[in-house]
Design a protein around this ligand. Structure first.
Ligand SMILES: C[S@@+](CC[C@H](N)C(=O)[O-])C[C@H]1O[C@@H](n2cnc3c(N)ncnc32)[C@H](O)[C@@H]1O
Length: 336
């Protein structure tokens, strides 16, 4: 039978339509997070007019955007007014596991414009973001404080799930000193220190990022601002690199890891925390993140074999890969 004869669309047609249009919903999510709609909805229900007044938005347009999000369980319409759902509560800035800054960061115009240039990356092998801003993501952020603040907050926001999975997967309490290289605001390291009272932490990141971090008096945390390409790195028993190596191509990754190998004591371990691309087909977060890395910072997600080969150029060897209850793994490397 000619598929055109059937009034019912095929599963393949439905799949393509859904995937093609998926960004319509995610774009609504970005905008609602940016405007802070969830922060203006408390535990009592609010009419569209009242929410529009408090958020400075156009009532009918806000209603239509929230109606689409509510169809996916983000906010709900009850008795003629808006109420929170579990998912919409995570859009609030004051939720302990808030996703707001992560969603804002993904929707930031500077990144959104880079996605418009994905075809350039596919045709040339170059980084889409750098077609517009040749100095690259991290230089751009260092020159744009408000966007940098959202980016740094977004790393904490996205890490809630990953940290919860990484902590029970590896015994961090065995180390006297842990250095988190490119640790952002220190969310991973601080979570480790909280459960390992005998461990000292050193947070290393760019000076403008470190400036956002204020260790509590009770925390055994010191902070160091610097550049992991050019500066000496602090001495530690273990070096954490979460979502660092995937930001960079092989040449830059080798520079970062070789710098650590140069400065680390011989007994130290390097723990790279990343998604590892499985060799099987089928969906995996690593395959999505990989395209984000291709488009934005110019890095990539790697298979276990690719990590093993990469680190062999840095005086390190991949000792083992510890899986977690999330798509993230801990790749343990030793001098070798
Ligand atoms: C993708 S974020 C990851 C942050 C954190 N490790 C996490 O997993 O949430 C990359 C981090 O690398 C830092 N970074 C980028 N270039 C750097 C450099 N040259 N020297 C030191 N840190 C750098 C950024 O400031 C940012 O905090």
């Amino acid at each position: 039978m000619n598929p055109m004869d059937s009034a019912k669309p095929s599963d393949a047609n439905i799949q393509l339509m859904q995937l093609t249009n998926a960004f319509w919903t995610s774009r609504c999510l970005h905008v609602v997070a940016e405007i802070g709609v969830a922060d203006h909805l408390n535990e009592k229900s609010e009419s569209t007019d009242s929410l529009a007044r408090s958020t400075g938005t156009h009532p009918e347009s806000l209603y239509r955007v929230l109606r689409l999000l509510a169809s996916q369980g983000i906010f709900a319409w009850k008795d003629g007014a808006w109420v929170h759902t579990e998912a919409s509560r995570l859009l609030r800035a004051d939720h302990p596991a808030s996703m707001r800054d992560y969603i804002r960061m993904i929707g930031m115009p500077v990144f959104w414009h880079a996605w418009e240039e994905l075809e350039y990356s596919v045709r040339t092998g170059r980084t889409a973001f750098q077609k517009i801003h040749p100095a690259g993501v991290f230089t751009y952020l260092s020159e744009h404080p408000e966007q940098s603040r959202i980016f740094n907050a977004s790393m904490t926001s996205k890490a809630h799930r990953d940290i919860a999975a990484v902590l029970p997967a590896y015994d961090f309490s065995q180390f006297k000193t842990i250095a988190d290289i490119g640790g952002g605001r220190g969310h991973l390291l601080r979570a480790i220190l909280k459960q390992s009272p005998n461990t000292n932490g050193i947070l290393f990141d760019q000076p403008h990022v470190i400036a956002e971090v204020q260790p509590e008096p009770a925390e055994k945390l010191s902070v160091v601002g610097g550049n992991f390409f050019t500066d000496r790195l602090p001495a530690a028993d273990t070096y954490l690199l979460m979502n660092i190596i995937h930001d960079w191509d092989d040449a830059d990754s080798i520079k970062i890891l070789s710098g650590i190998r140069r400065d680390m004591p011989a007994h130290a371990r390097v723990l790279v925390i990343e998604t590892v691309v499985p060799t099987t087909h089928g969906p995996h977060l690593s395959k999505e993140l990989d395209i984000a890395m291709m488009t934005l910072p110019g890095g990539k997600e790697r298979t276990q074999e690719e990590y093993s080969k990469l680190v062999s150029h840095c005086g390190l060897r991949l000792n083992r890969v510890v899986e977690t209850q999330s798509p993230y793994s801990v790749l343990e490397m030793l001098a070798g």
